[in-house]
Design a protein around this ligand. Structure first.
Ligand SMILES: Nc1ncnc2c1ncn2[C@@H]1O[C@H](COP(=O)(O)OP(=O)(O)OP(=O)(O)O)[C@@H](O)[C@H]1O
Ligand SMILES: [Mg+2]
Length: 281
């Protein structure tokens, strides 16, 4: 909820102007709206009529069993997967899946950036060059400007000393932190994270989650994060969405999901994942 103060000028009978301050409590403005999203691969319907709205600056964590459509959902938002049906609006720009042109898709893609499970860094470029890459190739920024921004970002993820290192000279956690800095570099309003720590050794998970948490607090970006890290989900999320069999089977605040969840299925899932992590499975 956000408090909004509007100034309304009212012209009175005697033609004098009076100014009223109207303070309203209303939902924060929407950054993402997904309407009737459906994805079908051959005979298999993977996402079935998904509808959701996400506020500007909101951090949404997607959880749910394997194969339930979490990655597909995230990838529909930037059309890495083209939905079979539905409408996606990001930051006021709407794309209808059935009639989307290449130009529409390109425009939509500019509104999001993605952090991949396997970092996807360019092997033949240094950490700094990897961060600069989308700014130079997609946004056509000058190298000097891109380098200045990249240096700021590499400091933010705590890896200035690795700026000239190649991916093979960095740990998985360090590579993923560079992947996050690269995603931040394009300065999109929406950041998508698909299991950003699932390829990491357990001892490297914490450093990446810390960077994401810091980003969530400081950047005011809208974030969608798929993760099995329940403790992290609880700490970082404004809202948790539970996806099952291609449907949103429930959602709520971390407190509603982790502490007083009335949905038996979600409670069971959360308990199972949490105990698997404790047992190191
Ligand atoms: N390109 C594709 N062609 C055909 N089927 C696909 C394709 N991509 C995904 N699927 C299927 O869609 C379903 C959902 O996959 P998705 O990767 O979205 O699940 P997920 O919830 O992210 O799972 P996980 O937690 O294991 O990553 C799966 O059954 C998968 O096999
Ligand atoms: Mg997935």
């Amino acid at each position: 909820m956000k408090v909004v103060c509007d100034i309304i000028k009212i012209k009175l009978m005697d033609h004098s102007l009076s100014i009223l301050f109207v303070i309203q409590i209303r939902q924060g403005s929407k950054m993402i709206k997904v309407e009737h999203l459906k994805v079908q691969f051959g005979q298999s319907v993977v996402l079935k009529d998904i509808n959701i709205e996400i506020d500007k600056g909101e951090v949404v964590v997607l959880i749910g069993p394997s194969g339930t459509g979490k990655s597909t959902f995230l990838r529909c938002l930037n059309f890495l997967v083209r939905p079979t049906e539905g409408r996606i609006t990001i930051d006021g720009f709407t794309v209808n899946a059935k009639i989307a042109s290449r130009k529409d898709i390109y425009q939509l893609r500019l509104k999001t950036s993605m952090v991949f499970q396997n970092y996807n860094l360019l092997k033949n470029k240094t950490a700094l060059r990897n961060i600069m890459e989308p700014m130079v190739t997609v946004q056509k920024k000058s190298k000097d400007k891109a380098e200045k921004i990249a240096l700021d970002l590499i400091k933010k993820v705590g890896l200035l000393e690795k700026k000239d290192a190649y991916p093979k000279e960095m740990s998985g956690g360090q590579q993923q932190r560079i992947g996050i800095a690269r995603a931040m570099a394009v300065n999109a309003n929406v950041m998508l994270f698909d299991e950003p720590t699932s390829s990491l050794d357990p001892e490297l998970v914490g450093e990446v989650l810390t960077v994401i948490k810091q980003l969530a607090v400081e950047s005011n970006k809208t974030m969608l994060i798929v993760t099995h890290e329940m403790k992290f989900a609880r700490e970082v999320a404004d809202r948790i969405v539970f996806l099952e069999d291609g449907c949103i089977a429930g959602m709520g605040t971390p407190q509603e999901i982790f502490e007083n969840c009335t949905n038996e299925r979600i409670r069971k899932f959360v308990n199972t994942v949490s105990s698997n992590i404790m047992e190191g499975k």
